[in-house]
Design a protein around this ligand. Structure first.
Ligand SMILES: Cc1cc2nc3c(=O)[nH]c(=O)nc-3n(C[C@H](O)[C@H](O)[C@H](O)COP(=O)(O)OP(=O)(O)OC[C@H]3O[C@@H](n4cnc5c(N)ncnc54)[C@H](O)[C@@H]3O)c2cc1C
Length: 369
């Protein structure tokens, strides 16, 4: 009989894993807390090792059709005058021009469409209980359904439910990195379809990123952690952003006004998730659930590459979870750990803490190719 797998989370990692496990003959169910696939979101890259994975899934034409056309980033002052500029090819991974940038939810949606050939998706539900023994994992869902699976994978993101239920409280694994990020769709880009615009002041940055005739703004700011931040308190999130960007921000004041008026924004701390082990028994973590670096670590590429590695290892030793999970972890940590170590460099480049740092970054950007 085929091995049964429950994946928590139909995001980038969960959808990719569902596809590859299904293609390898596993019987796959995905449970997703949201009630439907959303669209758009922040544009993110599919780079390096993830490119081969999505090409083998046959979804590259869809990703290219949904992808943005950006090829440069301009660093501007509050009047909009360009101070420096770099070609985004400077950030390309090993797959060069085969790499693509797609809105986050569109990427997850395209991967999930491919997975639907092999997997059943249960929307608007979530795991409420996990009990395991040597032979399987007993799962209870919020909806009341109770089923036994051979394996369960937590691909449910930075604030993973599976991790909380089985591995321990989030505070044990999450380290706040002294920064917050907010994103929202905005009315228009500042440049053309190929240009990401970034405005910096010490310790804070605003980017406006065009994608398919739309644009997404991101506000990044350094700040000490807010104790017991309520992840659903929209008014508080807006206030934190507005306080962080108080003062003269020139032509970007309009983007801040759009945030103040928005009915929905993405808001979270920039945090690192790290665990000593990504599996316990027959349950393993994948993607941001096990190793997030928020927006600074090629998380989508790692989610796709990790899903492919995990599916390969489960297919190789389907009756030996210890071997499959340990080998997945050993292989995938080789990609994850350098990214986690590189956080400070990425942060200093994107959100310099001082005026001198902004000048130095702008000077360095001129030489990046
Ligand atoms: C603002 C921002 C910008 C970013 N920019 C980039 C970038 O440029 N390049 C890059 O590589 N990465 C970027 N990232 C990181 C990237 O988005 C993540 O690393 C990637 O999405 C991780 O994929 P995932 O599938 O592990 O998690 P997610 O994409 O977060 O998916 C998790 C899924 O689990 C679901 N879920 C959550 N809780 C439950 C539950 N209890 N039960 C069931 N389902 C649940 C969620 O609804 C979601 O569908 C960015 C992140 C942010 C926040």
């Amino acid at each position: 009989m085929n091995k049964t797998v429950l994946i928590s989370g139909a995001g980038i990692a969960g959808a990719t894993l569902a596809y590859w496990l299904g293609r390898n003959g596993f019987d796959v169910t995905v449970v997703e807390r949201a009630s439907a696939q959303r669209s758009s979101g922040n544009p993110i890259d599919v780079k390096g090792p993830a490119v081969d994975v999505v090409e083998s899934m046959g979804v590259m034409p869809e990703l290219r059709a949904a992808g943005s056309e950006v090829d440069r980033m301009s660093f501007v002052d509050a009047t909009g005058r360009t101070r420096s500029r770099l070609r985004l090819s400077a950030f390309q991974g090993g797959a060069g021009s085969r790499e693509v940038e797609v809105a986050r939810a569109d990427l997850a949606g395209i991967l999930l469409e491919a997975a639907k050939e092999f997997a059943e998706i249960r929307w608007a539900d979530s795991i409420s209980g996990i009990e395991q023994d040597a032979g399987g994992v007993d799962i209870t869902l919020d909806s009341g359904a109770a089923t036994r699976y051979d394996y369960v994978i937590g691909a449910d993101g930075l604030h993973s439910n599976v991790r909380r239920l089985l591995f321990g409280a989030e505070s044990e694994f999450l380290r706040h990195l002294g920064m917050y990020a907010a994103t929202l769709p905005v009315e228009k880009a500042f440049g053309d379809e190929r240009e990401v615009v970034m405005f910096n002041q010490p310790g804070r940055a605003i980017t406006v990123h065009p994608s398919k005739g739309k644009a997404v703004a991101a506000f990044l700011f350094r700040r000490t952690p807010v104790p017991d931040l309520d992840h659903r308190d929209l008014a508080l999130h807006k206030r934190l952003v507005a306080d962080a960007f108080a003062g003269e921000i020139g032509i970007f004041a309009d983007v801040l006004d759009q945030l103040r008026a928005a009915e929905d924004i993405y808001f979270d701390s920039v945090s690192r998730i790290s665990l000593p082990h990504w599996s316990i028994g027959r349950v393993a973590l994948l993607g941001d659930a096990g190793s997030s670096l928020s927006l600074f670590g090629d998380g989508s590429t790692l989610a796709i590459a990790g899903a492919h590695t995990l599916a390969q290892e489960l297919a190789r030793t389907p009756d030996q979870p210890r071997i499959a999970f340990d080998t997945y972890e050993r292989r995938h940590r080789v990609l994850v750990e350098p990214k986690q170590r590189g956080f400070r460099a990425a942060e200093a480049f994107m959100v310099p803490a001082t005026s001198a740092g902004i000048v130095a970054r702008n000077a360095a950007a001129r030489f990046m190719r």
